[in-house]
Write a protein that binds this ligand. Sequence first.
Ligand code: SAM
Ligand code: SF4
Ligand code: F3S
Length: 475
Amino acid sequence: MELAELLNKKHDEARQGEAFKASVAPIQDGKKFYIESYGCAMNFSDSEVVASILQENEFSATPDFETADLILINTCSIREKAELTIRKRLTEFRKIKRTRPGMLIGVLGCMAERLKAQLLEQEKLVDLVIGPDAYRSLPTLIKEASGGQKGVNVLLSRDETYGDIAPVRLNSNGITAFVSITRGCNNMCSFCVVPFTRGRERSRSANSIIEEIKLLVNQGYKEITLLGQNVDSYHWVNETGNETVTFANLLEQAALVSPDLRVRFSTSHPKDITDVVLYTMAKYENICKCIHLPVQSGNTRVLQLMNRTYSREWYLAKVDRIREILPNCGLTSDMIAGFCTETEEEHQDTLTLMDYCSFDMSYMYFYSERPGTLAARRFKDDISLEDKKRRLQEIVDKQGELSTRSNLNDIGKTFKILIETRSKRDANDWTGRTSQNKITVFPKSNENQQPGDYVWVKIHDCTRATLLGTIVDHP
Ligand code: SAM
Ligand code: SF4
Ligand code: F3S
């Protein structure tokens, strides 16, 4: 397997296919559901809303799909490969259904929205198909499907935010949690299926977001990530119209909930992140100094075709501004190799932009045409798979160099780390992250330490993906 494929596979494995390990004991004699999530953090966060809706309706979670009454798969359509992985999984679930006929299989999320009735009728793979804005109808549709009908609801909404639903935390370490702040996307990047699967952008009420954060703090959580496809365009006006909350306001309110709570956010669109947001980050120690700022391409003509609405120069100026206001800020990105008509020179522009920006980490993909998107309708997908893969490999190699350099730069420095879990490799080591979001591994220094504690760690070594250090006294 090529390195690019291997790295993306590792990344996919890390992000996708995590089955819910139930922390709640199944209710005796009640129905049990099993949920598996794929795709972005928004999808994982949605699965927690779905779990909450089901628990309210006397379903309990199980980590074992073989004994579940209801198997749900929360799906992603972002690239063709993501959909193929899910189809394979559905076929496995169908085999189990043959031995347990009363069991129901449901498809949730972006693939449900994109393929709609096709999954039910032509392919007969599932009993339920429910789009991202229709989860409240799950209990009714389950009843219908149990009675032999097919349950389908893929209506997109202009105002659904699930703001009143307290998510049931799945696979939780009890320390870090996602909090959704917007749904949908208005941007229409030409390669992207999200505006079609998730609908128009809407912002959740600031009050419900802050209430959810306070609840998490009371439960002992120490870090939250505010989630949206484009968090910087968060904009909420209260019922009486006399209060407007921008993303910078919301960030400040979240930071003020507790000085002991770390606040992160993702994703920022380069066109929308403002100086006010950057100054708010600088003002509060507990707002983590890391920005995920996907660039997609380093060439202005390609960016125009992608409908990203900024140029190479504009992006570089934004990075300069971040470095000026937040000198110690981590910076990460997304890149697409081999978009329609991209020349070798234009691909080189992506590599030189990466050098200039010194990204600490990136998610890297080759272009995958998605039916119905602007690019699929307007442009020819004319870069051969071989060239796409080679260009992606060059991007991955470049990022490898940059990540290694960035980590080597941290040797000798001391960082405040939030302890998250025991290291998988050695139970005597802790794993946590720096404010800049770098994973750090270090030995326990006393028996009283536990996940959720903050410690200071001096870095003495690194790999491409991890910092290695030792706990020291507060500098
Ligand atoms: N909203 C975020 C933004 O605009 O940066 C990210 C959205 S998307 C869920 C995550 C990443 O998937 C994108 O940043 C892009 O790099 C990649 N992506 C989206 N559509 C793609 C496609 N058709 N082919 C390859 N990669 C794609
Ligand atoms: Fe897709 Fe662009 Fe919206 Fe991100 S900003 S979700 S890439 S359309
Ligand atoms: Fe995938 Fe939908 Fe997220 S397409 S990346 S799960 S918004």
